[in-house]
Design a protein around this ligand. Structure first.
Ligand code: ADP
Ligand code: MG
Length: 547
């Protein structure tokens, strides 16, 4: 059954199409961003509603409109409605696909949705897209290649991400605070983990991905390790806090001073309130003192520092200022002078084996700790993945092909702002696409803070409500048809709705985010929902319901 909306009356490829709404369709039910289908003679066109307008066939009616609805003029209104007065919907054709009813030999390329380059003829029928249409365009959630991220705002059919395409690029989840970014991130990570599309490392600044988190009503929601059992390991930078919340982490991460490089210091410029010359001084130290430069600088006596500055041509005041800032790092509880054995190696080995890792920050949720740890760890991983890729290029042996690694970071603009993006491994990863099989999932409430070049490399953008004009501009940099999508974005609710566009979807789509709740838990982590539920219950038996 088709739900007819109207028929096509005007339009152009450049400007989009206009359809006249059937008199039986209530104009108040047609909202921006609605997904509709136009059946042409050769093709079916999938379009988004970009505007709804009132129009009339006779200007006289507008000059002498019917009176108050409470009077007999109700009848007049009804007479006019749909004939003299009517509604137009403006449509932007996004995709075209062979019309199965057409008696034509189609080429293979016509059988998959592709960008609309032509338009259907006059009076083609416009209807609401059906479940089958959605499946043809967005695919079907099969637990493998496609993952349902939500439903259209006004329908109850699945909208899916193409997971293979999703992990091919770095991706972004944007929206102001409280719009549902973390919930969306959890959902998508579940989809990626279940399908085995990539191995994940999650820098969990607010400790809400690994074990349970709370929703706004204060009820518990499950974390990834509760849903996926041993496939997701939780590590922590703050064992006490993790234990206090009933989490049993696989280990506590420590970072040795010698793992800290000048690039990390440069990134911490704001957090440490460093003077501009500090980075130069740090570079000098690293150059002259070697890998152990931080510890050696920290240990210098006043005289030694003076000698060092004189001998190496450094600025004494700057070196001394740098040293006092480095003390702040030295004092971080997870930073050690030296480490006999490194849990970081263990984490890396797990990721290499395809086991997902959530790294909790516990009380170390200040930006200094977060940026430092995330940057040090990511640099090591990236170096390793580059080596793996190069080996694979040499051997061309499938067994050597690195596993795709996806790194999730919140507060992404801290790592990817204009200055940082040039210096950090995160910037490198975002720019390399996935040449070395590493991509980012950036989660951020301030996309305008992210370097434009990095943003332009973001494959799929999932955007919840944003208010700041600069942030909205940032989302649409390099997106064709951005102007009409802006109006669509402006109609999103303040929570649990998002505009999805880019590499993993054939056309932009507005969705109500899938609920992250027990019904969802039952669909992830193995194919048997009952197993998951029983496993979840078992956790509760062992650790208690609040555990
Ligand atoms: N997909 C979802 N399923 C269930 N609840 C959600 C979902 N998305 C958002 N929420 C609700 O909205 C609140 C805010 O979401 P959250 O992801 O924490 O926002 P953000 O990370 O953008 O600040 C959550 O605490 C939860 O109550
Ligand atoms: Mg959040």
């Amino acid at each position: 059954m088709t739900n007819r909306l109207g028929l096509l009356v005007a339009g152009s490829v450049a400007e989009g199409l206009s359809a006249r709404l059937d008199p039986t369709v209530a104009i108040e039910d047609v909202r921006l961003g609605k997904f509709v289908k136009i059946v042409g003679q050769k093709y079916e066109y999938f379009c988004l509603v970009t505007d709804v307008q009132l129009d009339s066939a006779n200007a006289d009616v507008l000059r002498d409109p019917p009176g108050d609805p409470s009077t007999v003029d109700v009848f007049l209104r009804q007479v006019l409605s749909g004939t003299t007065t009517y509604a137009l919907i403006k449509l932007k054709p996004e995709l075209m696909l062979a019309n199965p009813a057409a008696d034509i030999q189609f080429e293979d390329s016509d059988l998959v949705p592709r960008p609309a380059r032509t338009i259907p003829p006059h009076f083609s029928s416009v209807s609401e897209a059906t479940l089958a249409d959605f499946e043809r365009v967005f695919g079907r959630d099969d637990g493998k290649n496609h993952f349902q991220i939500g439903q259209p705002i006004d329908m109850d059919v699945p909208v899916c991400l193409d997971l293979r395409r999703f992990v091919e690029r770095s991706n972004g989840i944007f929206g102001k605070s409280g719009t549902g970014k973390s919930f969306l991130t959890r959902l998508i990570l579940c989809g990626v983990i279940k399908a085995g599309a990539a191995v994940n490392l999650i820098f969990d600044m607010h400790s809400e991905y690994g074990w349970s988190a709370k929703n706004e009503e204060g009820a518990e929601v499950k974390g990834l390790s509760q849903l996926f059992g041993s496939r997701v390991a939780v590590y922590t930078l703050d064992m006490e806090s993790s234990r206090g919340r009933g989490v049993k982490p696989s280990g506590e991460i420590k970072i040795a001073l010698r793992e800290i490089s000048v690039a990390d210091i440069a990134l911490l410029q704001d957090e440490l309130r460093l003077h501009r010359t500090a980075v130069e001084s740090a570079a000098l130290c690293e150059d002259k003192l070697g890998d152990d430069w931080v510890a050696r600088l920290l240990d210098m006596s006043g005289d030694e520092l003076t000698d060092f500055a004189n001998q190496e041509g450094g600025n004494h005041a700057s070196l001394s200022a740098l040293r006092s800032k480095l003390r702040l790092i030295d004092r971080l509880p997870f930073v050690e002078r030296s480490l006999s054995q490194s849990t970081l190696d263990q984490v890396i080995a797990q990721l290499e084996r395809g086991q997902h890792v959530v790294l909790e920050f516990g009380r170390q949720r200040n930006l200094l700790a977060y940026i430092l740890a995330a940057n040090v760890i990511t640099r090591r991983l990236h170096d390793l993945w580059v080596k793996k890729t190069e080996r694979y290029w040499n051997t061309k042996d499938e067994a050597d092909r690195p596993r795709p690694l996806m790194i999730t970071i919140e507060e992404a603009h801290k790592f990817l702002n204009v200055d940082a993006a040039r210096q950090t491994t995160f910037g490198t990863i975002a720019r390399e696409l996935r040449k070395f099989y590493v991509t980012l999932l950036v989660v951020d409430q301030r996309p305008s803070g992210i370097d434009a070049e990095v943003l332009s490399q973001i494959g799929t953008r999932i955007t919840c409500q944003l208010n700041d004009e600069r942030d909205i501009d940032a989302i649409f940099t390099g997106v064709s048809g951005g102007s009409h999508l802006r109006t669509v974005l402006a109609t999103l609710d303040s929570r649990e709705q998002a505009l999805v566009l880019g590499h993993a979807v054939p056309m932009p789509m507005m969705v109500r985010t899938r609920k992250y709740d027990p019904t969802f838990y039952a669909t992830v982590g193995g194919d048997d929902g009952a197993v998951i539920l029983s496993r979840a219950r078992r956790y509760e038996e062992i650790f208690g319901v609040d555990g």
